[in-house]
Ligand binder design. Structure first.
Ligand SMILES: *[C@@H]1O[C@H](CO)[C@@H](O)[C@H](O)[C@H]1NC(C)=O
Ligand SMILES: *[C@@H]1O[C@H](CO)[C@@H](O)[C@H](O)[C@H]1NC(C)=O
Ligand SMILES: *[C@@H]1O[C@H](CO)[C@@H](O)[C@H](O)[C@H]1NC(C)=O
Ligand SMILES: *[C@@H]1O[C@H](CO)[C@@H](O)[C@H](O)[C@H]1NC(C)=O
Ligand SMILES: *[C@@H]1O[C@H](CO)[C@@H](O)[C@H](O)[C@H]1NC(C)=O
Length: 437
């Protein structure tokens, strides 16, 4: 018994000594830090404080600390090895000390989410509401790429600059541009300016990945969540879209199209996630030549061949393209691009019935007329809402009352799916940052 006691005492003594050593190491490292002007711990604290300690951990994954930390090679090393077993250039105590900051630091240089929209004509208010919904719920910083007719630039700038206090987004305005040879032809395809989106991979050469959305989109959950599909792409996938229809009996492409289209019912391009690095690299199979063509070279021949047969402009061209290259498309479920078609004659988007609508797409102008009051109610609630927490939380109750007035329509009958995810997003947002914002 005595012997065991002695061993225990010995162990405790050893433990105590190593603790002392550890603290001395810590002290030394702090001095060193002060000595060489901006050592790691202080720098870490400083930049952490500068970052407002804003936690954007969710979904961010491990991102390399930009300065790199030569002493703390690997986070897991610190946790799983006592410091005396670490390689000589790795100091366990420093790891331990810095680790608490690194949780915040690591996610500091977060990858931004790039969001693009093309706005022409009377779409200013609608576009601003879309951008607002993106800002309200998103976690990571957003970079907006706004393509707009020249006369809209001034208004966009004014409105966006008045939100700059939020510091969670940045934006760039671009003019509408088409390849000079055929500018006129591209412009009149479908709606003016819509085909701009086809050229985004060629215009935004520096951008790796991009979420393109129509102006009539509303985000009912963080943009981060749809962005995370990029990581789920297999090696051949370059873009992601939702099906155009769930129900082939009312599908458009399968009944009327006079050109090839993707899958059973085609895809809708109103919400399109792109890994543009891959789009720029890929050589596409096509039905015009036997050689494969790159994105930049395929668009014009495609338009020439099909221009008399296409109805929905650039979306049809995308369908033709992916019908020949189906392995390149990632298809996400309908609740990420929920349109009147999903409920107008009865509900047919099963995923939305289960989990709610994630991204609402009020195409056919339903935010601005009385045909689908459920869509309009959500739009107006977000349009009226400001960025204050209380204001955002109090948007739900009146919206629900408004939606209850729409139960005479098929979409209104299932109005609960319009607020299911929205209510959760509001709760999550509040839980994330009770004080700031
Ligand atoms: C915002 O974007 C502009 C270019 O549009 C860029 O010069 C600037 O550095 C960006 N700011 C931040 C904080 O990312
Ligand atoms: C266009 O539609 C017509 C009539 O359906 C069809 O005969 C023709 O082959 C189509 N053109 C192309 C390029 O698919
Ligand atoms: C896009 O694809 C490129 C090339 O495969 C890859 O390096 C990059 O990480 C991808 N981007 C995203 C956001 O997954
Ligand atoms: C990627 O997924 C698509 C769609 O499921 C599939 O057609 C393609 O074969 C897959 N590619 C690889 C390399 O597994
Ligand atoms: C939004 O504001 C307008 C006027 O500013 C008002 O008429 C409308 O009822 C409001 N809608 C909602 C859903 O709060």
């Amino acid at each position: 018994m005595r012997r065991y006691l002695r061993i225990v005492v010995l162990c405790l003594a050893c433990g105590f000594c190593s603790l002392l050593y550890a603290f001395s190491q810590l002290a030394v490292s702090l001095e060193e830090g002060a000595g060489d002007g901006g050592g790691k711990p202080q720098a870490a604290v400083a930049s952490w404080l500068a970052g407002g300690g804003r936690s954007t951990l969710r979904g961010a994954g491990p991102v390399a600390h930009p300065g790199g930390s030569d002493r703390c090679k690997d986070f897991s090393l610190c946790y799983w090895n006592p410091y005396w077993m670490l390689p000589s250039d790795v100091c366990g105590m420093n790891c331990f000390w810095e680790a608490s900051f690194r949780y915040n630091l690591k996610i500091q240089p977060v990858e931004k989410i790039h969001l693009a929209v093309v706005a022409c004509g009377e779409r200013l208010e609608e576009t601003m509401t879309m951008l607002k919904s993106a800002i309200i719920f998103s976690i990571r910083p957003l970079q907006f790429h706004i393509f707009a007719e020249d006369q809209l630039h001034h208004s966009f700038k004014g409105r966006l600059d008045s939100w700059s206090f939020l510091q969670t987004f940045n934006y760039t305005l671009y003019p509408i541009t088409f390849p000079s040879e055929n500018a006129a032809e591209w412009k009149k395809l479908f709606k003016p300016c819509a085909s701009q989106r086809l050229f985004l991979p060629l215009i935004l050469k520096e951008v790796d990945s991009l979420l393109y959305v129509d102006t009539d989109i509303l985000f009912l959950r963080p943009v981060d969540d749809i962005w995370s599909f990029l990581k789920k792409f297999n090696s051949t996938q370059i873009a992601a879209m939702a099906p155009e229809h769930e129900e082939p009996r009312i599908g458009w492409y399968n009944r009327f199209a006079r050109h090839p289209y993707y899958g059973k019912t085609g895809v809708n391009s109103g919400v399109m996630l792109m890994n543009m690095t891959r789009m720029r690299r890929k050589y596409f199979k096509n039905d015009m030549t036997t050689v494969r063509l790159q994105w930049g070279d395929i668009l014009m021949p495609l338009l020439k061949k099909y221009k008399l047969n296409i109805t929905w402009g650039d979306q049809d061209l995308l369908n033709i393209m992916f019908s020949h290259n189906p392995e390149s498309l990632f298809v996400f479920p309908c609740q990420w691009n929920y349109r009147p078609d999903h409920c107008i004659y009865g509900s047919n988007c099963q995923e939305a019935e289960e989990d709610g609508i994630f991204i609402l797409h009020g195409n056919r102008g339903v935010y601005h007329d009385d045909k689908q009051p459920a869509f309009r109610a959500v739009y107006e609630a977000l349009r009226n809402c400001s960025f204050e927490d209380d204001n955002i939380r109090s948007l739900l109750k009146p919206l629900e009352l408004e939606l209850q007035k729409t139960v005479h329509t098929y979409c209104g009958k299932i109005y609960k799916i319009f607020i299911k995810q929205l209510a959760k997003s509001v709760r999550d947002r509040y839980a994330r940052s009770p004080k700031e914002k």
